[in-house]
Design a protein. Structure first.
Length: 85
């Protein structure tokens, strides 16, 4: 099982989109363990949205869509619905 996820950094009003087969471990990396990369600058991250996929290829397709212009609009709409403006 794979999860596509949208993380939200309320401190910096940023989103991050990714996928993982182990979201708990991935969140630990995003929020604590990683020492380099994009997400360390905007900690802490909250899980704002997840979607489940049986196949990795489907998760990657959804992740790529959410990273597109139209997909980011959808991701931000989800953020505004969940966290407000």
């Amino acid at each position: 099982m794979y999860k596509v996820y949208i993380l939200y950094s309320p401190t910096f009003d940023k989103i991050y989109i990714g996928y993982s087969s182990d979201l708990d471990n991935r969140m630990l990396s995003h929020n604590e363990l990683a020492t380099k990369g994009h997400t360390i600058r905007y900690r802490p991250w909250l899980i704002a949205h997840t979607e489940d996929f049986e196949f990795k290829t489907n998760a990657i397709k959804r992740e790529n869509y959410l990273k597109s212009t139209q997909g980011r609009k959808l991701a931000w709409a989800i953020m505004h619905e969940k966290f407000g403006n």
